[in-house]
Design a protein. Structure first.
Length: 635
């Protein structure tokens, strides 16, 4: 069962934005400041630029394949089920842990508001309650969860802008020096020169740590299947989100660093709240705590919404049990996948903060590398039905740069984080070989690239057909009777030139298996029809059609001859033939078919696409993907 398309620009923007604004700005700056001092402002700006570079590739893939599962779906269709399983499990794990930390943040800030009146056990039970709340919210419907997200994000951005406006008046520029430094026990431990390798390494290392702050962008792609006008809304929503968040992060950190002593800021787990309390007094403290709560709410909500789509997508492809892709008939949401993800989040509520942030950052960096590689493979594989509405610029230099830079950032996180990711990869591989390998035969773009290179791999047309169907779903095209006829039609690609008699001989041989008439009789019927009135409607297209005395019969055959078919003196080089036979009782179908063919031939690029189609399969795709007017009726 397909998911409902109920999300627009504001929902995409809010899911991406809400997923980013949380620990990345309300907790991590204190940890990052302890390692690099005021230069964290530059690290966050650099992180935003890198995230924008990586997300351009993700947007291209999402507008070509707006399906549940986001980066997993792209990797699966590009690199195959093994890499797809690894990508899906890692992304699900990272987003689930990020959501778990957001939920712990809710309990933590409630504790802060009540000045320690909430015990550790109370915090744990509050976290469990909040997780259950968001699980129920997402089960009820993605539209309800998304509308909730939009409201929270608008309020949150307003509070953040207020923080910047009020706090900017009391900034002390002397607090920005030394620009790159590390702290220990609230005192400066070491100063690093900005234009030396050690200083730049500190900035890069800190950028790697805080990169998780931009991980929410990937969450928006996991619900792409539920987005209306996906090409337009995903592109605008995600670009607007990363630009807004980068600007807000940089401005908020500029205000924070300029208003509070470095020794107090270093290592703080509530740096923005601490700044608000010292600068604005109690009202500012409570306001920022309220904003932080909203931020954690948006991240937790968006996290469960996005993470739950990974098991669903893996299940659809046979890589995990099919029960995970069950969609509620009432709510049109993946209930079991949401419950499974929520349960895992509840079991993950006590993980260490910095290790969690680094692990999540590593997975996000890996996801950006894989999506950059996917764009290269899909473009170079010559898959005709890969038709993104948005194309990432500067190809292939942008993609190659992303792979190199993100790889460097990932290794800068340290071996401990890499070991955790290696363990997760091993678990993913085991899932594939123990369960998924026997249950999936998914075609993928890498095979098409290998075919282009070696020209000796016998590929079917499965991936192209799936992408074609995704385009129909993305553009909300309702297929009509002619589309269904084309899907089942016999398509011939003849070498020529061909005479009319040769054409009818070839067609008659195929039609004898469909209609109970000998070849010579079928040839006579077509010749009689042609003598009565030529069916070559233009110099390019002909529509031979006859009526036979058969019950409820309608059969369509499509023929291409690049060198041309000689119908008569005037139409002596016809390239496209739509031949069909029908029963007298199906006169309406007969007329609708003629009208559909006429509409197809009026398309501006019809002749060019017809001649350039690689083979019979691509001819079929060309017709099915045409923009002709669909004719619908009740059966």
């Amino acid at each position: 069962m397909n998911l409902k398309k109920e999300l627009g620009f504001w929902e995409v923007f809010s899911i991406a934005t809400g997923a980013m604004i949380s620990s990345g700005i309300f907790i991590l700056p204190g940890i990052a400041f302890e390692k690099a001092g005021p230069s964290i402002i530059l690290s966050y700006f650099l992180g935003g630029i890198l995230a924008l570079s990586g997300i351009l590739n993700v947007i291209e893939l999402a507008t070509a394949m707006p399906k549940a599962g986001g980066d997993y779906f792209f990797v699966m269709r590009t690199l195959g089920p093994l890499f797809g399983t690894v990508s899906g499990v890692l992304s699900w794990f990272a987003l689930s842990l990020k959501s778990a930390f957001a939920i712990l943040g809710i309990a933590s800030f409630i504790d802060g508001i009540f000045y320690g009146s909430v015990t550790a056990n109370d915090m744990f039970f509050i976290s469990i309650f909040v997780t259950i709340f968001f699980m129920v919210l997402n089960i009820i419907g993605v539209d309800v969860a998304a509308k909730f997200e939009v409201t929270l994000v608008i309020i949150l951005i307003c509070v953040m802008v207020l923080y910047v406006i009020v706090g900017s008046s009391s900034v002390d520029v002397s607090r920005y020096t030394p620009f790159i430094s590390s702290f220990e026990d609230g005192k400066i431990k070491e100063i690093f020169p900005i234009f030396k390798n050690s200083g730049m390494y500190k900035i890069v290392g800190t950028t790697s740590l805080i990169f998780v702050s931009f991980g929410g962008l990937l969450k928006a792609t996991t619900v792409a299947e539920e987005v209306k006008d996906a090409g337009n809304n995903i592109t605008k929503g995600m670009i607007a989100s990363i630009m807004t968040i980068t600007i807000l992060y940089v401005l908020m950190l500029t205000v924070t660093v300029g208003n509070i002593d470095g020794g107090y800021l270093a290592g703080s787990l509530s740096p923005i709240s601490d700044t608000a309390k010292r600068v604005f007094g109690p009202w500012g403290y409570y306001l920022i705590n309220f904003a932080a709560l909203l931020a954690f709410f948006t991240t937790a909500n968006a996290g469960i919404m996005a993470a739950s789509r990974y098991p669903m997508a893996l299940s659809r492809d046979g890589l995990v049990p099919p029960i995970m892709s069950t969609v509620s008939i009432k709510f049109k949401t993946p209930v079991l996948s949401i419950l499974f993800t929520g349960t895992f989040i509840m079991l993950s509520l006590m993980l260490p903060l910095e290790l969690l942030a680094k692990t999540a950052s590593a997975v996000i960096l890996l996801a950006y590398m894989l999506t950059s590689l996917c764009v290269i493979i899909l473009r170079e594989s010559n898959v005709k039905n890969y038709k993104p509405i948005f194309k990432a610029p500067l190809y292939p230099w942008l993609q190659i740069s992303c792979i190199i830079i993100f790889n460097y950032f990932m290794f800068s996180l340290g071996w401990k984080v890499l070991k955790i990711n290696v363990l997760l990869i091993i678990i993913s591989i085991m899932v594939y070989f123990l369960y998924g390998k026997k249950r999936t035969s998914q075609e993928y773009a890498l095979l098409h690239l290998l075919l282009r290179i070696t020209e000796n791999l016998g590929l079917k047309h499965g991936l192209e057909e799936e992408l074609r169907d995704i385009i129909h779903e993305r553009d909300e095209v309702e297929l009509d009777e002619f589309d269904r006829l084309i899907k089942n039609a016999k398509i011939l690609d003849l070498k020529g030139p061909v005479t009319l008699d040769e054409l009818f001989d070839i067609e008659a041989r195929h039609l004898t298996s469909v209609v109970d008439k000998p070849e010579h009789e079928l040839i006579k019927l077509f010749n009689d029809r042609e003598r009565e009135f030529s069916t070559a409607i233009t110099d390019f297209t002909a529509i031979p059609h006859i009526v036979v005395d058969e019950k409820d019969l309608f059969y369509l055959m499509v023929v291409r001859c690049r060198e041309g078919i000689r119908f008569n003196e005037k139409r002596n080089s016809v390239k496209a033939v739509f031949l069909f036979i029908s029963s007298p009782t199906l006169r309406k179908t007969h007329l609708r078919t003629l009208a559909s063919i006429a509409s197809l031939t009026r398309e501006e690029s019809y002749e060019r696409k017809w001649m350039s189609a690689k083979n019979e399969n691509y001819l079929r795709d060309m017709i099915l993907l045409s923009k002709r007017e669909r004719i619908h009726h009740k059966f």
